[in-house]
Design a protein around this ligand. Structure first.
Ligand code: UD1
Length: 417
């Protein structure tokens, strides 16, 4: 198993290219199941989660080709509607195949998901929505067994779940009649998926707002699509730049998707400059304590909470971080404390009292974003070495993070144990 070793205390400086969004790519790949001609995605990130989705789709008979950052997905060879436990347990996003399978083939057998260990993460909203579309659903031996046909319906989501909104949009694209999803998720990845589905021939309007209307169609064809930039990856590099009192520019980013994050970085004393698709962040005067509450989009993203906490560990004053989207998403806290952070947890809130500096220590990654937080903490640590184990978590969502941070001047390397 690989480890990441970091000697911190150096400000990050320079520019780094942001890759395509993981959280767009995964549902886009699943959506290709709906295509009666091949689909092509560009700006696809080389990530473990993308490879897992590729394997899952290949297992169903899909013919995929991944060259450079482009992927061709041909669902005309699909001959199985089963998503096995072995693959689904590795990644919760595998559950995205349920909606398109049901929409296109009228049947699906999909294992209940695994994924990051951040809370119980049920799929009740997905299933309730599909049932409202007329699906018959049974749970047998850990599998969801679903059958169509589907008919359009008015569905009010209990919570604006990103995954449920995506699954329902894909299923409803092939339902007969009109579906209206209210209290829908508004994340940029939803609008990206709708754009791709529309290019395939779907009729979706309102994606990006809380009311999405889907007029079912008889068939979807192929389409070519460029994946949007990964706002969480961009945010991670910017937060790392500010945390190390450096000066980092992310290239090929979308500042509109990061409005709440940039506002919080400014409140923490960072200087932020947006020049088209470039965002520059520096913190010449240090970091001030801020309060952050995670919210669904356009609020502060839960996927940047842990990284922001690592930055606030070395801010001037006490910050309060409140997590409202997931339970159990403070897995980084115990490890940050091992590095000298002063953090007090109380339910879904954390009080972070800034200390002058963190110290390097051996730490363990527990989930994707928590591991990014440990990397940032290691980069700020002024003494000692940080050795992060279980880095497979970080490879799920960041492409060769050590090489890209090294290009910004970090002393970081990956070693094989
Ligand atoms: C997606 C993202 C993830 C991000 C999250 C919130 C992908 C691949 N992953 O995850 O990185 O952190 O959005 O922005 O896009 N819930 C239920 N029942 C359900 C579905 C969800 O109770 O049926 C709850 C979850 O347990 C969680 C909350 O709703 O507490 C948000 O989950 P959701 O928006 O569905 O997140 P994901 O789609 O799993």
């Amino acid at each position: 198993m690989d480890k990441i070793l970091i000697r911190g205390g150096k400000p990050l400086k320079g520019a780094v290219q942001v890759r395509g969004a993981k959280n767009s790519t995964l549902p886009l790949m699943a959506a290709a199941l709906l295509g009666e001609q091949p689909c092509v995605l560009h700006n696809v990130p080389c990530l473990h989660d993308v490879f897992t989705m590729d394997k899952l789709l290949a297992e169903m008979g899909m013919t995929n080709e991944f060259t450079g950052r482009s992927m061709t997905l041909d669902a005309t060879t699909v001959d199985s509607q089963v998503a096995p436990y072995d693959l689904v347990r590795k990644m919760r996003a595998s559950f995205f195949v349920l909606g398109p399978l049901l929409g296109r083939y009228g049947k699906a057998r999909v294992s209940l998901p695994g994924g990051c260990a951040i809370g119980t993460r049920p799929v009740d909203i997905h299933l309730k929505g599909l049932e409202a579309l007329g699906a018959r659903i049974a749970i047998e031996d850990g599998y969801v067994i679903a059958e169509g046909p589907l008919a359009g319906a008015d569905i009010a989501l209990d919570f604006p779940s990103v995954g449920a909104t995506e699954n329902l949009m894909m299923a409803a694209s092939r339902a007969s009649g009109v579906t209206r999803l209210s209290n829908a998720a508004r994340e940029p990845e939803i609008a990206d998926l709708a754009q791709f589905l529309n290019a395939m021939g779907a009729q979706i309007s309102g994606a990006g707002t809380d009311l999405i209307t889907i007029v079912g169609v008889d068939a979807l064809g192929g389409a070519e699509h460029v994946v949007i930039p990964d706002r969480i990856e961009a945010g991670t590099f910017l937060v790392a730049g500010v945390a190390t009192r450096g000066d980092v520019t992310v290239l090929n980013a979308n500042a509109e998707h990061l409005a709440s994050v940039l506002a919080k970085l400014r409140a923490a004393g960072a200087e932020i400059e947006v020049m088209g698709s470039r965002i520059r962040a520096s913190a010449p005067d240090g970091i001030k304590a801020i309060d952050v509450t995670t919210q669904v989009h356009p609020g502060f993203p839960t996927d940047l909470q842990a990284q922001t906490m690592a930055m606030l560990c070395v801010a001037d004053g006490a910050s309060i971080l409140k997590e409202t989207v997931f339970e159990n998403r403070f897995m980084q806290v115990a490890e940050l404390v091992r590095m000298g952070a002063d953090i007090e947890l109380d339910g879904n809130s954390a009080v972070v009292r800034g200390v002058p500096a963190l110290k390097g220590a051996p730490v363990m990654a527990s989930d994707l974003r928590a591991s990014a937080a440990l990397v940032i903490a290691g980069l700020t640590a002024e003494k000692g070495e940080t050795a992060i184990s279980r880095v497979y978590h970080i490879d799920r969502g960041y492409e060769r993070i050590e090489e890209r941070l090294a290009s910004l001047g970090a002393e970081i390397q990956r070693v094989r144990e």
